[in-house]
Design a protein around this ligand. Structure first.
Ligand code: PEP
Ligand code: MG
Length: 325
C-alpha cells in the first residue's frame, strides 16, 4: 500500500469525476523541504515562521530571514509557497520581546495585532520576504485577521516596503497577499474581505477553538473541540462561497484539511486547496481520486442544513462514503 501511494507522488490531484484540487504541505523550517518534496506536495499552503524567531535568543535579522525564505522558495519553485507573517503570542510567546503577561493570551496581542503594534519587526520580515520573492513563487499571508482595518493596515505597510525596494531597484517577484480566516468575525464577513485579498486560507485549528469557545489543550473542555460540528461547517461553507463569488481561491491549512471525515465535505463544498502535514498528502490524494465531487453536494447540503450534532455529520459522511469507516 505504501508502494501504491508512492506512485501518486508525481500526480496532480483529481476527483473521480474530474474536479482538480491542490494538495499542499504545511511546514515550519527549511529542514522540512525534503519531506515536502518526497510526499508530492503541489504547493506549500502554510509556512509558519514562528520557529525562525523561537529557535533563537534574539530577533532574527532581515538577512537571516532572507536567506531562509530564499532557500525555501528556490528549492520548491515553481510551486507556490504561502509564507505566513509572525504568529507570536497566544501559546507562542517570545521571551526576548518581554511581552506583557495577559490573562487571556489567546484573546490578546497575538499575531497580526503584535505585528501592527511593533512595526519594526513586521517591516523587517516583509522586506526579507519581498527580497526573497525574486527566487520563487511567493504568497504572503497575515494571521489572525479580525477586521478589515487590520488587513488594510498590514497591506499598506507591505505596499510601503514594496515601493521603497522598487525605488531602490531591488528585483522582486510577483507576489499575492492573502489572509488566514481563523477568527469567527472574519469568517462571517468573508464576503467583504474577499474583495480586498488575493486569497483566503481557513485556519481551522483556531477557528474551531474561537467558535466553540474551547481551548483544545484544556482536557476539561476538549469535548467541545469539534471539527465536524454543523456550526463550523456553516462557517467553512460561507468562507468558500464568499471567496468563489469574488473570484478568489480558498484554501484550508488547519488540521481539518487532512482529516478523512472532513475531506469529502470540503471537496463537496468546492475547497480549492487542502494544506496539511506532508505525511497526509498521498493518502488524501488517493481518497480524493475515489470520490465523486458532484455526488457530495447532497451530503454537504444535509450536513450543513439538517445535522444537529457532530455525530449526525459523521453518520452522514459514513453513509455517503461507505469505505471510509
Ligand atoms: C490554524 O489556526 O488552523 C492554523 C493553521 O494556524 P496555527 O495552527 O499555526 O495557529
Ligand atoms: Mg492559527
Amino acid at each position: 500500500n505504501m508502494k501504491r501511494l508512492a506512485t501518486l507522488r508525481n500526480h496532480t490531484t483529481t476527483s473521480r469525476d474530474g474536479v482538480g484540487v491542490t494538495l499542499a504541505a504545511n511546514m515550519g523550517t527549511a529542514s522540512d523541504i525534503p519531506n515536502v518534496l518526497q510526499n508530492g506536495a503541489e504547493a506549500v499552503g502554510l509556512m509558519r515562521t514562528e520557529f525562525l524567531y523561537m529557535d533563537s535568543e534574539q530577533l532574527p535579522t532581515e538577512d537571516e530571514q532572507f536567506a531562509t525564505y530564499r532557500q525555501v522558495l528556490e528549492k520548491l519553485a515553481p510551486r507556490p509557497v504561502v509564507i505566513r507573517t509572525l504568529d507570536i503570542g497566544g501559546d507562542k510567546p517570545l521571551p526576548y520581546l518581554h511581552q506583557k503577561q495577559e490573562a487571556n493570551p489567546f484573546l490578546g496581542a497575538r499575531a497580526i495585532r503584535q505585528s501592527l503594534a511593533h512595526q519594526a519587526i513586521f517591516r523587517s520580515q516583509l522586506r526579507a520576504l519581498l527580497r526573497a520573492s525574486a527566487y520563487g513563487n511567493l504568497r504572503i499571508m497575515f494571521p489572525m485577521i479580525a477586521t478589515l482595518d487590520e488587513f488594510r493596515q498590514a497591506k499598506a505597510i507591505y505596499d510601503d516596503e514594496r515601493s521603497k525596494l522598487t525605488t531602490a531597484r531591488v528585483p522582486l517577484g510577483k507576489i499575492k497577499v492573502g489572509m488566514m480566516v481563523e477568527v469567527p468575525a472574519a469568517a462571517l464577513l468573508a464576503d467583504r474581505f474577499a474583495h480586498e485579498v488575493d486569497f483566503m486560507s481557513i485556519g481551522t485549528n483556531d477557528l474551531i477553538g474561537y467558535t466553540m469557545a474551547a481551548d483544545r489543550t484544556n482536557q476539561d473542555v476538549s469535548y467541545l473541540y469539534q471539527p465536524y460540528h454543523p456550526a463550523i461547517l456553516r462557517l467553512v461553507q460561507r468562507i468558500i462561497t464568499a471567496g468563489h463569488t469574488a473570484g478568489i481561491p480558498v484554501a484550508m491549512c488547519g488540521e481539518m484539511a487532512g482529516d478523512p471525515i472532513a475531506v469529502p465535505l470540503l471537496l463537496g463544498m468546492g475547497l480549492d486547496e487542502f494544506s496539511m502535514g506532508a505525511g497526509s498528502i498521498l493518502k488524501t490524494r488517493q481518497l480524493i481520486s475515489q470520490l465523486n465531487a458532484k455526488d457530495l453536494q447532497g451530503l454537504v447540503e444535509s450536513a450543513v442544513n439538517s445535522a444537529d450534532t457532530s455525530q449526525d455529520v459523521i453518520t452522514m459522511v459514513q453513509a455517503a462514503v461507505p469505505d471510509l469507516t
